[in-house]
Structure formats: structure tokens, C-alpha cells
Ligand binder design. Structure first.
Ligand code: ATP
Length: 684
């Protein structure tokens, strides 16, 4: 069967470069199963054509007058997928993206035919207005194997459970990497599983050990003696290939990248006028000019995006990354080298799960560039060699649901009551009996946890029992709509009950379960203790110290301390500051919304705090940061030049702004134009 035999409009071919190619067997089977009315679980390697199956199902659903939701695990993947799926507009579909702002109404689904979103966003719609799923004909769940991840897994599991409860006719196409218990997941989804190990680019897998590669077929390739890792990398780079190396820490990524750059003779120009006052700038750019980069969560989002872009454009030969890259954007290479198979987690060293190693190795072999991909595990000891063999020959761990975790049950019980999907103990138990967790562990495992969760929610004032079952209180409804953990809401409410201040608010935000807090150093403990004392916080345990450090970083962020200085003071990267500010932004937004219910007189100060965290500025230049392209650094420079309002910026001359550091003539003109647009919108 060819693509054109699918019966889709001619423009469908354009989505795949206009090539009317023969479908792979697993594509044909999956599409036929879908068209015969089945849900489908498609479990095939990376780049084996899952997207085509998803698009075909979306088109079939559109032809039925129904909407589709495409769920991905990460915001970065949502943007990437949305960029790709915008092309569906050529087929007459309205395509949009929805991430973040978890309390926004689901109008985006009603106003579009296809919406790309994160699992959290889809789940927040279930909290808000589950009926919107009546109009949804299809959910495409990408990377569905992540349902086994402790944090994000229960979110996706709840969406796939709740949406099908609301709309039993809703279809599911689940896309998965290779998982051992695909049958169990398919059974839960009422889906036909289509499984294949087909890869368009053949994969040669092997172990690098003592100067030689021992491949799966037991053939051996000896490499030049001496520089072991570079020798391995050079084998691929010298042939025009690119290499991804996965290591288990940021420091190792930076050190390994430096060693490789020293051995590289490549000279790459970096044509970005990169205005980042964060760390890593010079060091990273020096390496990138040699065709090598490191990639980890300490880098700013902009730095990571630049590295990925340059790698895709083949301006870089090698990226040395921590596993954050593996789970994130799609970045194939001719060779993938897993340098470390252990990592340090929660105070102990553990082997990386096989499913993650397979995900990394699966990125080897770039369709259209490489005739063959190389997936190499690096071993340095006999035990490491044995472990590497186990990775290559054994099965991946099964995907196991953690939907029954008590804190998840509390979160979901509030959502079920708040959305009225299930508001009695019996209905909630019935809901849980239709989850993957119950299929795998049995409803009796979660049965005792549900009453305890309902007791907590009632005791803390989130729900109240009426004769027809539980109903949310105003506080409970607001917390559920905000999509924050009930325990986080209790922390914020306790803060609001006392004397409010910026420091105390930042500490309260940092103490919530939803916050990603920072590790601290022994040398920082006195400073952290002093901060806790100033906030009259009477605990000095590890959680409090981590929260104190996070609050201090946030305080510097909103006091406009330069990014580089924050990074140096706390020995963190700009990416850490950004992820702190990003997760704090939603908590500060939630604190502001809760203050309008609990302590209305403090609502304004908390709205200002939310906006200061969002922009990283003091209050006096908040107005300027609404101008597109004007961030915390440029806003302050405009103010220092006497342009402290949008009106003054809009009426300033290009020359005046162009003389301000950080403003090129082009940027000055753009800034004036963007300021004028705001004034027009405000009707002034
Ligand atoms: N049957 C086919 N024959 C030839 N090329 C195909 C076929 N199906 C898809 N392709 C092409 O292969 C490339 C990878 O396909 P696609 O992106 O759909 O894979 P994928 O499984 O979605 O990748 P990922 O696992 O990264 O999501 C695309 O360029 C696509 O156009």
C-alpha cells in the first residue's frame, strides 16, 4: 500500500516531502486496525514512521467531524511537534498548541481541530471541564511508555482513563518505544498492539572495551591505540557522521567535551549575536567553534536551543549530554555512545534503566543521512562489560504505573470531586478500577488509600460531604483548577494566615511539593539558616534548607541581580535559575489567586510578586517588560535612559534607543514598534 492509497487529500503527501512511498508493514497494519474501529498501540523504534500513522488517524477523525488531541510528555516536544503539525493546516484543519497556564478554560479544544499539548495540560482540562472531551474523537499519546515515569506517568494515565470515561467513543492511538509489557498496556487501552523492531536505518550495536568494539554479531573492530574516547568518536566524525555521547553528570559532560575539543581540528563559526549574561558563554562557545558542545539542564533554554540547532545544521560534530537530552527533543546522530551506565540518584549510585539506555541508543542512525547507525556502550571494567552485554541482550523493564501513590491519589481525588467525574467513594473506586494501576496491581492495593485521601481533603477544607456525595469548597475548586498539589495549597494558605512579605512568600513557594528545589553546599548552611530565621521559619531540616536556597536564588532573580552573578554565588547554571523561576512562576500565580480568596487585602502585592518572578525584575520596570523583546536587562537599561514607560519608549527616536547598550538599530526600531502596538491595543 502506498501513501496515496490511504484515500487522504493530495496535500497529505506534502506532509512527507511529496514522496508517495510504500508504507512499512507496521504502518499499514496500524492504520487498518484503526480504520476497523480499534484503538492502536504502535510500539516501534525511533524514526520508524509513527508520525505518519498518527497523522492518518487525525485526518480520519477530522473527516468524521471530530477533534484530535496530540499529547507529548514535555513542553519542548510540544513546540517541536506543533511546528511539524502546522502543516496540517494545508488540509483545512485548525491546528493549535496548548501548554502551561493550567487554569485556562479548554476553549482551545473547541476552537481547533487538532491541539498539541502536554499531558499536564490535557489533565488540567479534565479538572476544569471534562465535557470538552465529548467533542474529541482521538487522542494520540506519544511516548506512552513514559506512563511508567513516577512524576509524569500518572498524569498521562489519568488523561487516558478520564477522557475515555467521559467519552467512551473516544479513540486512542498510543505511540511507544519498545517496551516489554506492551500487551498489558494494550489490554488497558482496549487496543490492538502493533509491534515491530523495524528500523529504516540499520543499527549496529556494540560494546567499546579496551580499545576495541565488540559488536552484537561478535565481530571485533580494533581502534588505534591511545586516545580511547576520541579514537572512537573520530571513527564516526572522520566519516562525516555526528556523535551523541551520554554521560551521567554535568561535570563529566563539560570535562569530556573539553577533552574532545582539544583533539578536534574543526573550526566552526558561530553566527549568533548571543546576548546571554549567564555562565558557560565563553567556555561553551570556544568548544562549539571546535565542533563540540556539552548539553545539560544547567544551560539556559536559549543555549540548549542554539546547540540543538547547530547540531541539526551539522555545524557541530559531537554533543556530550546528560540524559535530559535523551528524553527531550528528537536529535538523531550517526553514532550514539553511552559513556556511563550508572548515575547518582537520591544519594546512591544505580544503573540506568534499560528502557532509558535503549532510548538513547535508538537515536543512532539519521534517516536520509546515515546508511547505518552505531549504538555503542562504553565499558571500562569486566563488570561494566557484563552490564553492557545485559543491556544489549536483555529485555527492557516493564512499564509499571505509579498511579496509586498516596500523593497522586489525593491530587486525583480532588480533581474527580471538583470536576464531578466521581464524587462518592464508590464512584471513585470504580474510576480507579479502570486504570492501568488497577490492572497491574489490583484495585485492592488502592482501596485503603482513597478514604485516607478523602479524609485529608475534607479535614483541610478542600471538599465537604453532602447527601449526594462530596462537593468541592471554593478553596478546593480553585486549587483543582490551578492544577497544584493540595499539600502545596496548604503550605500557601498557612503562609497567607501569617504576616506576608516577599521573603516569606518566596520561602512558602519554595516549600511546596510542586517546586523544583536546589541542592545546597555545606558552606551555604549558615546563610540559609539566617534566612529561615528572618522568615520566622522554625525548621532547619534538609527540605527547609533546599527551600531557603531556592528562595534566595528567586530573590536575587527578582532583584535583577545579573544572571552570571546569581550563577557564581550559588554555583548553579542559568538553566537552573530559569527552571526555578519557571516552576515558581506558576506557584506565585497560584498564591496570588488563592490570596484573592483567603486574604484579599494582600492580592495586589502577590500579583506584583507573580509578575516580578515571571520577568525577573523589580516592580518599577514591570510595565516595560510587556514590550516584546524587552527582558529584565534591557528594561532596566531603558529606565536608566529615562524611558520608564511604554509611551516614552513608543515615542522615543531610534537613535536614542540605539545608543543604549544591548540595542542594535534594528532592535531599537522593533522595540519602538512593539511598544506602539501595545499602546494601540490599550487604546491610548
Ligand atoms: N513508509 C515510509 N517509507 C519511507 N519513509 C518514511 C515512511 N514513513 C515515514 N517515512 C519518513 O521517515 C522519517 C521518519 O518518520 P517519522 O518522523 O514518522 O518517524 P517517527 O517514528 O515518528 O520518529 P520518532 O520516533 O522520532 O517520533 C520521516 O522523514 C518520514 O517522512
Amino acid at each position: 500500500m502506498r501513501v496515496s492509497d490511504l484515500g487522504h487529500p493530495g496535500e497529505f503527501l506534502d506532509l512527507f516531502g511529496g514522496r508517495d512511498f510504500e508504507l512499512y508493514g507496521h504502518q499499514e497494519e496500524a492504520i487498518e486496525d484503526f480504520r476497523s474501529g480499534h484503538n492502536v498501540l504502535l510500539s516501534v523504534p525511533t524514526a520508524a514512521g509513527k508520525t505518519l500513522v498518527a497523522y492518518s488517524a487525525i485526518l480520519d477523525t477530522f473527516a468524521r467531524g471530530m477533534k484530535s488531541i496530540y499529547i507529548v510528555p514535555l513542553k519542548a516536544l510540544a513546540s517541536e511537534k506543533f511546528d511539524e503539525m502546522k502543516r496540517l493546516r494545508s488540509l483545512g484543519m485548525r491546528v493549535s498548541i496548548s501548554v502551561g497556564d493550567y487554569d485556562s478554560p479548554p476553549s482551545v479544544i473547541r476552537e481547533n481541530d487538532v491541539v498539541v499539548m502536554t499531558g499536564e495540560k490535557a489533565d488540567s482540562f479534565l479538572h476544569h471541564d471534562p465535557d470538552v472531551f465529548q467533542d474529541v474523537g482521538l487522542i494520540v499519546a506519544d511516548e506512552v511508555h513514559l506512563i511508567g515515569e513516577r512524576k509524569r506517568g500518572p498524569v498521562l494515565e489519568n488523561v487516558l482513563t478520564g477522557a475515555r470515561l467521559v467519552n467512551p467513543d473516544l479513540r486512542v492511538v498510543a505511540l511507544s518505544a519498545t517496551v516489554s509489557n506492551y500487551g498489558e498496556i494494550a489490554k488497558w487501552l482496549g487496543a490492538r498492539s502493533v509491534v515491530s523492531d523495524f528500523r529504516p536505518v540499520k543499527l549496529r550495536r556494540g560494546i567499546y572495551y579496551r580499545g576495541r568494539i565488540i559488536y552484537d554479531d561478535q565481530s571485533i573492530e580494533n581502534l588505534p591505540k591511545g586516545n580511547d574516547l576520541w579514537g572512537l568518536v573520530w571513527k564516526f566524525v572522520s566519516g562525516g557522521g555526528q556523535v551523541l555521547i551520554f554521560v551521567n553528570s554535568r561535570r563529566r559532560a563539560e570535562e569530556t567535551a573539553r577533552v574532545l575539543a582539544d583533539a578536534s581540528s574543526r573550526e566552526t563559526e558561530i553566527d549568533e549575536d548571543y546576548d546571554d549574561d549567564g555562565m558557560y558563554q565563553e567556555d561553551l562557545f570556544d568548544l562549539m567553534r571546535k565542533g563540540v558542545a556539552y548539553h545539560h539542564a544547567g544551560l539556559s533554554l536559549e543555549q540548549r536551543a542554539l546547540i540543538e540547532k547547530m547540531f541539526r545544521e551539522r555545524q557541530l560534530d559531537v554533543i556530550v549530554a546528560t540524559p535530559t537530552l535523551a528524553a527531550g527533543v528528537n536529535l538523531p546522530a550517526r553514532a550514539v555512545i553511552v559513556r556511563d551506565t550508572t548515575r547518582f540518584t537520591d544519594g546512591h549510585t544505580e544503573y540506568i534503566p534499560s528502557i532509558e539506555v535503549q532510548q538513547m541508543l535508538g537515536r543512532a542512525g539519521r534517516p536520509g543521512y546515515d546508511t547505518q547507525g552505531y549504538a555503542i556502550i562504553f565499558a571500562t571494567t569486566p563488570a561494566g562489560y557484563d552490564r553492557a552485554r545485559a543491556y544489549l541482550t536483555g529485555e527492557t523493564e516493564p512499564v509499571v504505573s505509579s498511579f496509586g501513590d498516596p500523593e497522586r491519589v489525593r491530587f486525583n481525588c480532588l480533581a474527580l470531586v471538583s470536576s464531578r467525574l466521581a464524587n462518592t467513594l464508590e464512584k471513585i473506586e470504580a474510576y480507579y478500577s479502570s486504570t492501568l494501576y488497577s490492572l497491574q496491581s489490583g484495585i485492592e492495593r488502592v482501596r485503603p488509600i482513597i478514604p485516607a485521601a478523602l479524609d485529608f481533603l475534607e479535614r483541610e477544607g478542600f471538599i465537604r460531604e453532602w447527601d449526594d456525595g462530596y462537593r468541592p469548597t471554593q478553596f478546593g475548586k480553585e486549587v483543582s483548577d490551578l492544577y497544584i498539589d493540595p499539600e502545596s495549597a496548604v503550605v500557601l494558605r498557612e503562609y497567607l494566615a501569617g504576616t506576608t512579605s516577599v521573603d516569606r512568600a518566596l520561602l512558602a513557594i519554595s516549600l511546596t511539593r510542586d517546586m523544583q528545589t536546589l541542592r545546597y553546599f555545606e558552606s551555604e548552611v549558615d546563610t540559609l539558616w539566617s534566612f529561615l530565621e528572618e522568615c520566622s521559619y522554625r525548621s532547619y531540616d534538609d527540605t527547609a534548607l533546599k527551600a531557603a536556597k531556592t528562595a534566595l536564588v528567586l530573590r536575587d532573580w527578582i532583584e535583577e541581580v545579573p544572571m552570571r552573578q546569581i550563577c557564581n554565588t550559588y554555583a548553579i547554571g542559568p538553566g537552573d535559575v530559569q527552571s526555578c523561576a519557571s516552576s515558581a512562576e506558576w506557584m506565585a500565580y497560584s498564591l496570588w489567586k488563592l490570596s484573592t480568596i483567603i486574604k484579599r487585602e494582600s492580592a495586589h502585592e502577590h500579583q506584583v510578586l507573580y509578575r516580578r518572578i515571571s520577568e525577573g525584575v523589580r516592580e518599577d520596570i514591570l510595565a516595560l517588560t510587556v514590550i516584546r523583546g524587552v527582558g529584565r536587562v534591557r528594561a532596566r537599561r531603558l529606565k536608566m535612559a529615562g524611558l520608564d514607560t511604554v509611551e516614552k519608549v513608543a515615542s522615543a527616536g531610534i537613535d536614542k534607543i540605539a545608543t543604549i547598550p544591548g540595542f542594535s538599530t534594528r532592535l531599537a526600531a522593533d522595540t519602538i514598534r512593539n511598544a506602539s502596538i501595545i499602546l494601540r491595543r490599550m487604546g491610548t
